[in-house]
Design a protein around this ligand. Structure first.
Ligand SMILES: [Zn+2]
Length: 191
């Protein structure tokens, strides 16, 4: 009889177990996910201000809502920022949702992918201080050519960097890594 508490023999199996465990924590409906995202946005906005991670373009002009019906079924959502000719307009984050005719298995698979932990981890990337902040500042770029033709490598690089900014404050990461990232975030503050 195998020992049920022993870790699996290799890292790949261990990671699979870990991801399966994380994926189990999820809401049952798109409205549950929406409520989570809205809670997470308020929390990260407060966190970035309190920890002085970077200077934010206040006030927050952001709508977080479910993707409109014509998006649904393609798992499409994302950040829709104001353009350079209306830089003060609100940004919209549309959350992907499962289609209405999805089977129970398809719905479960969808919400396992968009689980609570993923939803929390991805907010710094997508919104604060990630793409929401990035696009808000970019919309005020005085050189309209640069504002109309963004650099996609920079766009995603910034999003990925912002996921890491969060880590100095997350004690699950090793101290040298947290110190290194904290140094990077110092350059983002207007002081
Ligand atoms: Zn991104």
């Amino acid at each position: 009889m195998p020992n049920q508490t022993a870790p699996p023999p290799d890292d790949a199996q261990l990671l699979r177990l870990l991801f399966d465990r994380l994926a189990a924590d999820h809401g049952k409906t798109a409205e549950d996910a929406l409520a989570q995202w809205r809670t997470n946005v308020v929390a990260i906005d407060k966190f970035v201000h309190e920890q002085r991670i970077m200077t934010l373009p206040d006030p927050l002009t952001l709508i977080v809502d479910l993707s409109p019906a014509f998006f649904v079924g393609q798992s499409v959502g994302g950040v829709y920022p104001p353009g350079p000719f209306a830089p003060n307009a609100k940004t919209i984050l549309f959350l992907p949702t499962p289609s209405r005719d999805a089977t129970p298995q398809q719905r479960e698979a969808f919400f396992r992918d968009f689980n609570e932990h993923f939803n929390k981890m991805i907010v710094p990337h997508e919104l604060i201080p990630g793409h929401y902040v990035q696009f808000k500042i970019a919309a005020h770029q005085p050189h309209k050519i640069r504002a109309v033709f963004p650099d996609p490598l920079y766009v995603e690089g910034w999003g990925t960097f912002c996921e890491r900014i969060y880590r100095p404050h997350d004690r699950r990461y090793p101290r040298p890594h947290r110190k290194h990232v904290a140094r990077g975030s110092r350059a983002l503050r207007h002081e």
